[in-house]
Design a protein. Structure first.
Length: 85
């Protein structure tokens, strides 16, 4: 019983420390948005990766960086509204 409690406490600590991990009430849209934001932030933070995207898109590196920053606002579009059944 103590192991279950300890595991639950460790999970809660991770969830408060790392927002992208999610929690029980995280929707699919929130989770996917977090994954996309993390990926875009990683691309922006690694200059070689950003240069790779710039060459592939045939755009200047700074323009690609700005496009990625803009995508971070709503990476997956607005959330879908729930339909009442």
């Amino acid at each position: 019983m103590a192991d279950k409690l300890r595991a639950q406490q460790q999970l809660e600590q991770l969830q408060t420390r790392y927002v992208g991990v999610g929690h029980a009430d995280t929707t699919k849209h929130e989770w996917v948005s977090n994954v996309h934001r993390d990926s875009l932030a990683s691309y922006i933070g690694h200059p070689a990766m950003l240069e790779h995207f710039a060459v592939a898109l045939n755009e200047p590196r700074e323009r690609v960086r700005l496009q990625f920053v803009d995508k971070m606002i709503q990476p997956c579009g607005p959330p879908k509204e729930k339909e009442d059944i």
